[in-house]
Each structure stands twice: as C-alpha cells, then as structure tokens.
Design a binder for this molecule. Structure first.
Ligand code: NAD
Ligand code: IPM
Ligand code: MN
Length: 368
C-alpha cells in the first residue's frame, strides 16, 4: 500500500519557520513510528504571487484536491498590502477553502495547565478550559454576492453580502453535533437573529437539525455579541460553539488569547467525507504570518505542530499518535520551555522556534 499523501504549503512570514518544525516531526513519525507520508511542498500566498503572479497556481489547487491532507503555514504580509484585491495572498487561502469545499472549520481552544498564568484573564477563569469553535468556512459574507466597490451617484459604495442557504447551515450544524457527541454533548449556536435575516434562518435550521437527528445533544442559542462577552467572562460554560464564517473568525481569535497565545491554536478545515470515509482536509494554525516577528526565529511553532496532530486524528485515523504528539507538547510546556510569546515568569530565557522543535522531538523520543 502506498503511504498517505500530504501537500505542505508553508506560505509567507513565519509560515515557513513554523512549518520547518512540523516537517521534522513528520520525519520523526516516519522513522520512529513506521508512519511515513509522501510529502510534496508547494507555494501559496505572497510567495506564489512572486513566482507565478497568482497567490495559488492552478497546479497547486489540483494537487490540493488529490492529496489526503494539506498542511498550511500562513499567508500575507505588508509587502503585499497594496496588491490588487484579486491577487492578494489571502485569496489563495480562500480559494483552497472554497474549491476543497471545507465547510467545517474546527478551532479548539484548550488551556494547558502550565500556561494558565499566561492568559490575560484570571487563572481560575481559564484553567482546564477545553472548547471547540466550529466555524462555517465556505460561505457567508466572505463569499456572498453581490460584492465589490461600486460608483453610486458621486461617491463609491463598498458591498459584501451575508448569504446562507439552508443546506449550508444544515451541514455545518451536523458537524458540530457530531463533535459534541464525542465531547460534553453541548452546542451553543451564535448568530445575530435579532438584526439579521440570515441569523433567523441559521437559528431555525440549527434547531431543526438538533430536534430531528440529535435530540440527545443540548442546544442553546446566543447572540454573537453576547457570545464574545461570555467568552471572556466565563469561557468554561461552553463545549462546542457553532457559528458563521465572520463571527467564527473573530470569536476564535478571542478564544485563542484565553489559552495564553495565538501561537498555540491549531485548526482543521474539513469537507464532506469521501468514499473511504475520509474528509477533504486542510490543517493550519489560527494565527497569521506575524510580519512583526518574521525572520527572527521567535515564532511559536506549537499551533502548527498541533495542527499536524489534528491531521493525524481527523485524516489518518491515528488518534493515539495524535495524543502522543499533544502529550509531548504538554510535557515541554510543563517543563517550562517557552518561546518569546509565552514569557512572563521571572528568569525564563525564551527558546527559538527551532529550540521549541528540539524540545518537542526530545519529548517524543522519551515517549517511546
Ligand atoms: P497575526 O496572527 O499574523 O499576528 C498577530 C500577533 O500575534 C502578532 O503580534 C504576532 O507576532 C503574534 N503571533 C502570531 N502568531 C504567532 C506565533 N506563532 N508565535 C508568536 N507570536 C505570534 O495577525 P495579523 O498581524 O493581523 O496579520 C498578519 C498577516 O497575516 C496579514 O496579512 C493577515 O491577512 C495574515 N493572516 C493570515 C492567516 C492565515 O494564513 N491563515 C491568518 C490570520 C492573518
Ligand atoms: C483566518 C484568517 C483568514 C480569514 C484570512 C487570512 C483570509 O484570518 O484563517 O482566521 O479571515 O479567514
Ligand atoms: Mn482570522
């Protein structure tokens, strides 16, 4: 049997720096756990624009549709800020999500015990936190038509459209209920049904899916603005949160900080399962290309490494090996190994991106 295939797209800024550590970990699983992958690497984002004049070449798109999973670092950066909108680095990522039909974006926010002091919130509010945000990823205001900047009388108008079909809401709701069944059986759906028709439809459809097929799961509804407030007031009240594309983007950055650093948060973007039961999938950290620290060896690679752990779990049925990698991350944090974004304790000298990779590899070795 051939090895499972991975397409690696390091991207821009700190993307290649954190992905270098993931590649070492992939090699470790090949050498020590007999879990080898066929890995191919390609360009996305600003670096693809520099080479091809487009943030995602058609050949790269075709490869992404063929492989078992895609791992992405991050895209974007100030160098590309003034490019035409259609070729901005971020468009490459949005095209991947859309054409792979990755409608369910899982963004877990877990607070490791060793980092409970690093949150901007009080320790007892975040200690033991384990929530899962399910963000709809292929529709909503990110993709709705009409969109654009138009002339209207003697001024211009910028337009984006929030648009959701029943089937788009239905399928992401199902993925949230399925996840909840494997966790604490609670879903909170967030929208703004008080001001948006799309929110009214969202609430209705999520409730119907629950009543019809998931009566065993507890469902609550919350306006997304209140949801943002509740996330910082008492985040442990949540288990699974399901929400639309834009609210999910914002709420997940907010949840990231509960865990101590944006550099800690992984994500999985999943589509419908194919014939062999595997979803189309892309794994990436929640953070971006961090231009302020790029090229300095300071980036925390843990979000990207934990994204690979999610790949092991959701694409390759290797839950035990995913848990091994997560435990290795937990151990180095418990041992006090810190990148610069996780400083705060007296007398701790930060390790570099590579130093964090070294420590996690050593913890993996120790796990054998
Ligand atoms: P960002 O996530 O890149 O950075 C926000 C802050 O968090 C910065 O201070 C950064 O130094 C810090 N940070 C982020 N990741 C870190 C890590 N791994 N280790 C240590 N510190 C980390 O967000 P931004 O500055 O708003 O955006 C920069 C660029 O990234 C923009 O072009 C944006 O569009 C893009 N972006 C891309 C993605 C993606 O590729 N998925 C996600 C978000 C933003
Ligand atoms: C994210 C990012 C992206 C988004 C950008 C880079 C397109 O912020 O993945 O959270 O807005 O979805
Ligand atoms: Mn974001």
């Amino acid at each position: 049997m051939s090895n499972p295939s991975l397409l690696i797209l390091p991207g821009d800024g700190i993307g290649p720096e954190v992905m270098t550590e993931v590649k070492r970990i992939i090699d470790w699983f090949g050498a020590k756990r007999d879990l080898a992958f066929d890995v191919e690497e390609d360009l996305v984002g600003g670096c693809a624009y520099d080479k091809h004049g487009t943030p995602l070449h058609d050949d790269t798109m075709a490869k992404a549709l063929q492989v078992d999973a895609v791992l992405l670092g991050a895209v974007g950066g100030p160098k590309y800020d003034n490019l035409d909108f259609s070729v901005k680095p971020e468009r490459g990522l949005l095209r991947l999500r859309k054409e792979m039909d990755l409608y369910s974006n899982l963004r877990p926010a877990q607070c490791f015990d060793a980092l409970a002091d690093f949150s901007s919130l009080k320790k007892d509010i975040v200690a033991g936190l384990d929530i899962m945000i399910v963000r709809e990823l292929t529709s909503g205001v990110y993709f709705g038509e009409p969109r654009g900047i138009f002339e209207e009388g003697n001024e211009r108008v910028g337009i984006n459209t929030q648009r959701y079909t029943e089937s788009e809401i239905d399928r992401v709701a199902r993925s949230a209920f399925e996840l909840a069944r494997r966790r604490n059986n609670k879903v909170c759906s967030m929208e703004k049904a008080n001001v948006m028709e799309s929110g009214i439809l969202w609430r209705e459809v999520v409730q119907k899916v629950r009543d019809t097929d998931y009566p065993d799961v507890e469902l609550t509804h919350m306006y997304a603005d209140n949801g943002a407030m509740q996330l910082v007031r008492a985040p442990k009240q949540f288990d699974v949160i399901v929400t639309d594309n834009l609210f999910g983007d914002i709420l997940s950055d907010c949840a990231a900080m509960l865990t101590g650093s944006l550099g800690m948060l992984p994500s999985a973007s999943l589509g419908a399962p194919n014939a062999d039961g595997r979803p189309k999938a892309l794994y990436e950290p929640v953070h971006g290309s961090a231009p302020d620290i790029a090229g300095q060896g300071k980036a925390n690679p843990i979000a990207c490494i934990l994204s690979f752990a999610m790949a092991l779990r959701y694409s390759f049925d290797q839950g035990d090996e995913a848990a091994r990698l997560e435990a290795a991350v937990e151990k180095v944090l418990a041992d006090g190994v810190r990148t610069a974004d996780l400083l705060g304790e007296e007398g701790v000298t930060p390790v570099s991106t590579t130093g964090m990779g070294d420590a996690i590899l050593a913890a993996l070795d120790a796990s054998l």
